[in-house]
Every structure is written in structure tokens, then in C-alpha cells.
Ligand binder design. Structure first.
Ligand code: RP5
Length: 164
């Protein structure tokens, strides 16, 4: 199956967080690919990847970076497909620097931006699925089932003192 979502991260060191994004897409049964490409270290390869990914049928990009986090913005500059940004905590500034670098795009090149780190990585996967689900009831029902599982987990949770 062709990947519908391309996850791009700036470094191998980002994988422990982006793994949550990939696992969430697996859970939602969304075909995706994961690549390490950097806006600063491999700018030409990044541009080429975005062009080829579009040609392969990728519909949504997820871009995550931690240091001088321009990755999502650069990806968005090269495609008309939606690009979701995930800021990462990779510097001594705790991720706030990445959040601002990712979210503060100039008007005209949007990067819808998720939370810093793991929650953002998981939500990027769900948001990408929501985008793909427009006009697709099957995909919508997968998101509903995902939420239902979380609802049940909370509803069935025990006194936290007994489980730690
Ligand atoms: C960013 O710089 C990467 O996305 C990563 O979050 C951060 C640090 O990268 P490494 O020095 O660990 O490769 O571009």
C-alpha cells in the first residue's frame, strides 16, 4: 500500500518521540513512511523528498524538529499538502524555542502546530487521520474507535494508589 502520511524528523535523536506518532498511525491503520531529513543539514534532500512523496501519493506531512525548528515550515514551503508541525524538546530551552519556531509562520504558508513532544506526536497522527477522513466514514469510525478505547481506559481506571 502507498503511504498516505510522511513523517519527517530532523534527526535520529527525535525517533523516541516520533515513534509514538508512527505507532498511533499504525493503530489507526494509516499507511505511512518515516524519514530523517533536516532543513539545515540536508536541505536539497529534504526538498527532493517532499516532491517525490507527493508524486507517490502522500497526502499529509508531519514534520518534527527540536533545534532551530524550521523543518515543518520548509516542508510547507515546498508543498500544497497539509503540513503538521511537532515541536520537540531538544535544547536547553525545553522545547519552547521549537514551538515558537514551528508555529510562528508568516501569513501565506501555514503550519498547524501540535503540542511539544509526545502529546504533539500522538495528536499529529490523529490530526493527519482527521484530514484524511474528510468524506471518508471508514476513517472517521477508526478515530471514533480510538477515542472510545481512551474513554474506556479512563472510565475503568482504578484508584491510582493501588496500581503504582
Ligand atoms: C534538530 O536538532 C533535530 O530535529 C533535533 O531535534 C535537534 C538535535 O539534533 P541532533 O544534534 O541530536 O542530531 O534539527
Amino acid at each position: 500500500m502507498k503511504p498516505l502520511v510522511s513523517i519527517i524528523m530532523g534527526s535520529q535523536s527525535d525517533w523516541p518521540i516520533l515513534e509514538h506518532c508512527s505507532k498511533t498511525l499504525d493503530k489507526l491503520a494509516i499507511e505511512h513512511e518515516c524519514n530523517i531529513l533536516s532543513a539545515h543539514r540536508t536541505p536539497d534532500l529534504l526538498r527532493e523528498h517532499v516532491m517525490l512523496a507527493e508524486q507517490r501519493g502522500v497526502e499529509v506531512f508531519i514534520a518534527a524538529a527540536g533545534g532551530a525548528a524550521h523543518l515543518a515550515g520548509v516542508v510547507a514551503a515546498h508543498t500544497l499538502r497539509p503540513v503538521l508541525g511537532v515541536p520537540l524538546d531538544a535544547t536547553s530551552l525545553g522545547g519552547l524555542d521549537s514551538l515558537l519556531a514551528t508555529v510562528q509562520m508568516p501569513a501565506g504558508i501555514p503550519v498547524p502546530t501540535l503540542a511539544i513532544g509526545k502529546p504533539g506526536a500522538i495528536n499529529a497522527a490523529i490530526a493527519a487521520t482527521s484530514i484524511l477522513a474528510v468524506g471518508n466514514p471508514d476513517l472517521r469510525s477508526r478515530i471514533d474507535a480510538f477515542r472510545e478505547e481512551k474513554r474506556e481506559q479512563i472510565a475503568n481506571s482504578k484508584d491510582p494508589r493501588t496500581t503504582s
